[in-house]
Design a protein around this ligand. Structure first.
Ligand code: ADP
Ligand code: MG
Length: 292
């Protein structure tokens, strides 16, 4: 290994100094980070994400991780000889399918994220939306089976974990009043938790640079947009597929007290740190109307 030159050392010092005002500003703030199914498959990226989360916690930010796992659910269903069925992009969820979704999300994906974080600091605790009444769910539509919507959030369990300086990692299974489990879209859960916790930021790590004005053109990246302008994009059909629930959740969150929402490229190592602690504008920032 070559020794660090003085010039390189100065660059590193500059980076740390650049981070200082951000560290001071976000100390004590809740930041909800949603990890997309596609941003979780590369082990090296999973490890850099885990480092970012532990670093956030170490400088006094209170991160809450929410994860999806659609591709992993489909993979297990296929291994079991089941055929995933989608209607308007939503998984038709039989009793058997919700059982599999719960096994995969709570038993596998959640465990992998908790374990990756705990390699860097023994702080992560896995939580399902069913735990301590965190997420009260109800059926979205009779034709979709056990696909749920968030009806209410009781963030007490998360507040208790955060008060103990732990890092909650949330699987997006909710339960209704009878205890029936529902599989809920992780984008919607992340938004609802950010709102309930009064989060400063809601961050979506996904598999694209950010919100694109034209999904076929990477040069059309929108760096900053306020809620009314985003609502106009939603209304005119610029969004498709998985971007629809994400942007609906961002609008809901920034409309209800969350400081800003961010769409970041989870394929870039340490992209969360760049967003939080540097002047580099990464991805798309969504702000409420007044501060645009
Ligand atoms: P995640 O696992 O992060 O939820 P999704 O596949 O559900 O990922 O959502 C991200 C995808 O949304 C992108 O890969 C892209 O194909 C799609 N998408 C649709 N419209 C847009 C848009 N206007 N800008 C960016 N991505 C879009
Ligand atoms: Mg998605």
């Amino acid at each position: 290994m070559t020794a660090t030159t003085q010039a390189e050392a100065l660059v590193r010092a500059d980076l740390l100094v650049e981070a200082l005002p951000y560290i001071q500003r976000f100390r004590g703030c809740v930041v909800v980070v949603k990890l997309g199914g596609n941003a979780m498959v590369d082990p090296a990226l999973a490890d850099s994400f885990a480092e970012d989360i532990v670093l956030m916690r170490s400088v006094g930010i209170r991160p809450v991780v929410v994860h999806g796992g659609g591709p992993q659910i489909s993979e297990l269903m296929e291994r079991l000889g089941m055929v995933p069925e989608f209607r308007d992009g939503q998984r038709v969820t039989s009793a058997e399918t919700v059982d599999i979704a719960r096994m995969v999300l709570v038993g596998k994906v959640n465990r992998e994220i908790v374990s990756a974080i705990n390699l860097h600091g023994p702080l992560a605790v896995g939580v399902s939306g069913e735990d301590a009444g965190l997420i009260l769910a109800g059926a979205r539509h009779p034709d979709l089976g056990f696909v749920g919507d968030v009806h209410a959030v009781n963030p007490a369990i998360l507040e208790r974990l955060l008060a103990e300086e732990l890092i909650p990692v949330v699987s997006t299974i909710g339960a209704d009043e009878t205890g029936q489990a529902y599989n809920i879209n992780a984008d919607a859960v992340a938004g609802a938790l950010a709102e309930a916790l009064g989060a400063e930021k809601l961050i979506y790590l996904t598999d694209i640079e950010g919100l694109l004005g034209d999904v076929a053109d990477p040069a059309s990246l929108i760096r900053r947009i306020d809620a009314p302008a985003l609502q106009a994009l939603v209304d005119d059909g610029t969004l498709s597929g998985g971007m629809i629930p994400k942007m609906a959740a961002c609008l809901q969150a920034v409309g209800h007290g969350v400081g800003s929402a961010h769409l970041l490229d989870g394929r870039l190592p340490h992209v969360v740190l760049l967003e939080l602690f540097s002047d580099a504008g990464v991805g798309t920032m969504i702000v409420p109307e007044q501060s645009a």
